[in-house]
Design a protein around this ligand. Sequence first.
Ligand code: SAM
Ligand code: FES
Length: 346
Amino acid sequence: MKEVTERFIANPDFTKEEFKELLKCAEDPEDAAYLAKEAARIRKERYGDKVYTRGLIEFTNYCKNNCYYCGIRRGNLHASRYRLTKEEILDCCADGYELGFRTFVLQGGEDAWFTDERMTDIIRTIRESYQDCAITLSIGEKSYESYRKYKEAGADRYLLRHETANEEHYRKLHPSNMSLSVRKQCLYDLKKLGYQVGAGFMVGSPGQNADCLAEDLVFLKELQPHMVGIGPFVPHHDTAFAKEEAGSVDMTLFLLSVIRILLPKVLLPATTALGTLDPKGREKGLAVGANVVMPNLSPVKNRKQYDLYDNKICTGEEAAECRGCLARRVESVGYHLVDERGDAVL
Ligand code: SAM
Ligand code: FES
C-alpha cells in the first residue's frame, strides 16, 4: 500500500501535484482496491443501498457545435438528425412517471430550434404535470439570462461536463470558437442561479495526461458540484478521433472512487459509456462509489440516432425493459433502485 492513498483518505484536500502522485496508484490493484473499499463505505454511509435513477430523454441531436469527439457534432454529415415534439417529450415523461422515475433529464445538442420560449414552455408543462419530479437540463452553453429563464420555468438541475480543466487539452478537443473559460463560467452561473450542478469529463479522451486529470480533480474540488458525470471516451467512426483508443475502464473506476472520497455527498452516475466498454461496467461503477444510473426514456425509434460514440448500449429496448434490466443489475451488486427524486444529501 502506498502512503499517498492513506494520506488522501485522511485528508482529500490535495494539490495538483499530490493528485498526480495519487493517480499513479491506479496501476496498483492493491491501492485501487483500497480506495474502492473506502469509496463504497462513504457511499453507503451517505446513501445506504439506494441507487437513484434518472430518466434520460435525448430530445434532439441537432447541434451547432463541432466538438471533435462527438458523433452528433455539426460537421458529421452522416448523422441522421431528429428532434422530438413537445408532445413526444411529454409522452416520454408519462411513460417514465409510470415506471417510477422522479427525475427527467432533457438532454440534447445545442439546437437553435429550441428557443428559450420553446424550452421554457416545455419545462413549465413538465413542472405543472409532475410536481414531485426533478427536472434536469443538459443542453450545453447558454447565457445567464437563458439559464435564469429555465430555472424560473421550473428546472432544478443542470448537467454540463467541463470536459477537461486543462486549457491546452480543451483546445485539442474543441474548435477555436469554444473555450474552457466560457464553459467554466456557465457552471458558475448555474451555481449562482441555484441549480444543482453537474460537471464532469471523459476518461482517456485524446491528449489527456496525468496533468489534465489532476487539474480536473482540482477543478471539481473548487467548483463543489452536486453531481459529477465521468465515463470513458469511446471513439466514433465519423469523427477525427475515429482511430484513437477508447478510455480505460479501470481508470474510470479508479477515478469514480477518488471522486467519491473527494466529494462524499456527490451524485455519481455509473454511465452508459462505462456499460458500453464493459458488459458489467455499470455494476462495477456502483461497487466503487457510484450511486446513480440513467436509463434511457427516449423513443426507441430515435435512440440509434443519438449516436455519440460507437456501439452505444440500450438503443433497442423499450423504457420498461431498460429500467427492468438496470434494476436487476443494481440488485446483483447489493443495491436497489428507488423511485425518488434523489437530491444530493447535505
Ligand atoms: N450538448 C450538451 C453538452 O454539451 O453538454 C449535452 C449533450 S453532449 C452529447 C453530452 C456528453 O456526451 C458530453 O458532455 C461528452 O462528455 C459526452 N460524449 C460526447 N462524445 C463522446 C464520446 N465519443 N465518448 C464518450 N462520451 C462522449
Ligand atoms: Fe454538440 Fe456533441 S457536439 S452535442
